[in-house]
Structures are given as structure tokens and as C-alpha cells.
Design a protein around this ligand. Structure first.
Ligand SMILES: [Zn+2]
Length: 261
């Protein structure tokens, strides 16, 4: 389903003939543009033209590498899946809104046709021409909108279903991205905590050395700092006790006012 949606995006942005590029760009890694050209059986310039068109909409990202021998840059690309899905969603919402307008217009206005010329005309213009076809002189007939409305409503419900599926896919991608972010955060956290452990191990080692070399002052300072950390905890405990006492007296309202001040 995801590939189908991404192909739709490429079809809108570049054209149906380029939709095959999705198969190559959907990779987790960046794909070298020469490889894309080769696999799509296109020249490098044709390939780049396609990629630049997609890039204009911000739906692909790239990295570049300098070729040390030749001195030029080659680019690698991948598709921005979430952005592409949001692009498709926007496009679909526009279409749905257009169809709703059409339905509204068909339901509220009358249209006329010349059955001979198969020309359709709205009521204002029909009146302007005195309900007579300019081409053949036949009289206009009031158009029966039933079939048109039936078809267009069917189209609307198909687009609405597709919108639902795109929303599901967007949700999946968001979850995937969140998980990826979480994994990266955990990774960084691991690195940090490893660094912290290392640092504290070094500190401990240096402490042992300095402890051997005397000095009671340092150890007394350390106990002071420990007490400082504990103090707020004690305060909290006291507060809780006070609240309990006050509650037991059942004089709730005045207590709350005092607390705010
Ligand atoms: Zn006619």
C-alpha cells in the first residue's frame, strides 16, 4: 500500500513514466544516482531531472560525496516517506473538496443540454440563448443529473476511503519515526551513561589515592553536600504531616487559602 501511494505521488509530481523510481528510493539508505540511472535504464541527466523535480517539492533528500579523482560531486538519494504521504493527503483533500463543490452545484442548480450536439449549458446561459442551441437550433432539454450525481458520489466515496488508508499509513510512519527517535535517544543515553560511569570510576580512583594521602577536610565537605541534597525531601515529609494534621481537624477551606499565600 505504501509503495502504491508513493507511486501516486511521483505520478503527480513527475509523471506516470517515472513511478518506477519509488522501488529504488524507498530504501532506508541513500542510493547513488548512477545506480538509479542504471537500474531505470536512463541517462544520468534524465535521472537527475526526475530527482530535481521531486526535490522541488521537498519529497526526497540527498547526500553528496566528492569524487577525489575527478573532483566532482555525486549525489545519493532517498524518498521522504512521511512528507510524500502528507503531500498526497493534501492533493486528495483538494480533489474531495472539488467534488463536493460539483455535487453541491448539481444539486442546487439546473443544467440544460442540446441532445443533438451533446452540449451542456447552465441555466443562466440557457436563458440567455432563449433555450435554443446556437449550433443546431434545437431546443435545450433539462438535464437529468441523477446518473452524473451517482457516478460522482461513487468517486467521492472512493477518494474518502483512500484518504482513510493514507491516514493509516501516515500514522504507521509516525510511529516508526518515533520508535527510531527513541532508539537513537536510548543509544545516546547509553553512551552518556557509559561516559558517566567511566568518569565516576576515574573520580573514585583519584579519591582513593587522595584519601590515602590524608585530609579529613575533603570527606567532611562531601558529607555536607549529601545533606544538602536530602533537605528538600525532609521538607516534603513535613508538609505532608502538616496536611494530615489539618485534614484531621476538618477545616479544609481556610487551610487551602493559607496554603496559596
Ligand atoms: Zn445543438
Amino acid at each position: 500500500m505504501l509503495k502504491k501511494f508513493l507511486k501516486e505521488v511521483i505520478t503527480i509530481v513527475v509523471g506516470k513514466q517515472a513511478e518506477g523510481i519509488v522501488e529504488l528510493l524507498i530504501s532506508e539508505r541513500y542510493v547513488n544516482e548512477f545506480l538509479i540511472a542504471k537500474k531505470m535504464d536512463l541517462t544520468i541527466n534524465q535521472t537527475r531531472n526526475i530527482l530535481y523535480k521531486i526535490s522541488d517539492y521537498g519529497l526526497v533528500s540527498s547526500t553528496r560525496k566528492k569524487d577525489k579523482k575527478k573532483g566532482w560531486y555525486t549525489y545519493s538519494w532517498k524518498i521522504e516517506i512521511l512528507k510524500s504521504l502528507l503531500f498526497l493527503r493534501n492533493d486528495l483533500i483538494k480533489k474531495i473538496s472539488q467534488i463536493n463543490n460539483q455535487i453541491n452545484s448539481r444539486e442546487t442548480k439546473q443544467f440544460y443540454v442540446c441532445e443533438r450536439c451533446n452540449i451542456e449549458i447552465n441555466e443562466e446561459n440557457a436563458m440567455l440563448y432563449d433555450f435554443t442551441c446556437k449550433e443546431c437550433g434545437d431546443i435545450f432539454v433539462l438535464k437529468n443529473n441523477e446518473k452524473f450525481l451517482k457516478d460522482i458520489r461513487r468517486n467521492l466515496s472512493r477518494l474518502n476511503r483512500e484518504l482513510g488508508l493514507i491516514d493509516e499509513e501516515i500514522e504507521k510512519q509516525r510511529i516508526k519515526m518515533d520508535k527510531k527517535k527513541m532508539r537513537e535517544l536510548k543509544k545516546q543515553e547509553k553512551i552518556k551513561s557509559a561516559a558517566r560511569k567511566k568518569a565516576s570510576a576515574i573520580r573514585k580512583a583519584t579519591k582513593k589515592k587522595s584519601a590515602k594521602k590524608v585530609v579529613k577536610d575533603k570527606s567532611s565537605k562531601k558529607t555536607k553536600s549529601v545533606v544538602k541534597v536530602k533537605k528538600p525531601v525532609k521538607k516534603k515529609l513535613i508538609k505532608k504531616k502538616v496536611v494530615k494534621k489539618k485534614l484531621s481537624k476538618k477545616v479544609k477551606k481556610p487551610v487551602k487559602k493559607k496554603g496559596k499565600k
